[in-house]
Design a protein around this ligand. Sequence first.
Ligand code: SF4
Length: 383
Amino acid sequence: MHLTDLRHRLRELGAAPLHERRVLRNWAMGRPPSAGKRSIEDFFPQRLRDALPALETELAGLARLRSEHPGEDGTRLLLDLADGQMVEAVLLPRDGLCISSQVGCAVGCVFCMTGTGGLQRQLGSAELVAQVAAARTRRAVTKVVFMGMGEPAHNLEAVLEAVQALGTVGGIGHKNLVISTVGDERLFDALEALPAGAVKPALAVSLHSTDAATRERLLPKAPPISPQRLIERADAWARATGYPGLVQWTLIDGVNDGDDEVEALATLLAGRRLMLNLIPYNHVESLPWQRPDMERAAEMARRLHRRGVLTKLRRSAAQDVDGGCGQLRARVQRTQPVRWIGRQDGPSATTAAATEAPPPDPRGAAAADVAHVTTDAATHRAR
Ligand code: SF4
């Protein structure tokens, strides 16, 4: 579902702009539709009032918490979508939330679990906001990063629509909305075309190598954009908005942790309004890439600092659960088919026989799913 469809339906039910705002705000904030100073009897037109219970159920079903998996750096949430697909979101420290922009991903980064499965489908803008609404039933969310499964630039219209909603009725500060991208000229063009007064998000770009050929090997289906051009456009957006951009670098042993990359990075990022995040790779069982030695990673960060590049060496989020991008969803899919019939009543007889069936109440699934995830090697958040 897209937010434009939802707004259209509300108007058909007789909602004026102030009614529409209240419905959307309460939903995006994780509150019941009745929340607010004036009672719904005094406030909403009759037709809208009558439709609210069904609408509330439908919105809650857009992204329903299936299970949660606490880790040292964040709590990974597995969310059921209305059609039986699943996405991951992560509760990050300091009230942050990482959400998914697609089911699966077409970019095919060779080190990423989500990338190995390809794109399953786009998420509607309402499903993006629904991830925030679901997380807010658990705790406060004041920052949203589009850094989960999927490439936001490949679902651009929905992502920008969700950004506008989250930065207004969703109550998130504009610089606390961060779109993470492998880089796509269309995304930069769309951001630069935003009208005055629109919500302007921050950007995080996934660089991973300064060498175009290496980067192409790592991100085989990323849109064609050179490292130099990617950094220039990210820098231009950071200057236009006034808040610094992020450059994401998944650090892989023997691939992009060499002296050549340090030198090239120092040159490429000199004078830019960009901060570098070095994210040591978390090994994925089925993939050949390895995490570099942490002392070597720390030395790389120190050298870049000395060269004037603002660098942070990060511990990968949720690395101690079955944590990287798409890994948790992949694990559940291995034990349970993604789609099953009659979900509200539990799985069909066929799927139940083949799997460890989810309980009827998705919130009740947490314990069963955690049992599947605790023994695996941690993986990495790719961007
Ligand atoms: S790292 Fe991000 S862009 Fe790359 S395949 Fe995974 S989800 Fe897609």
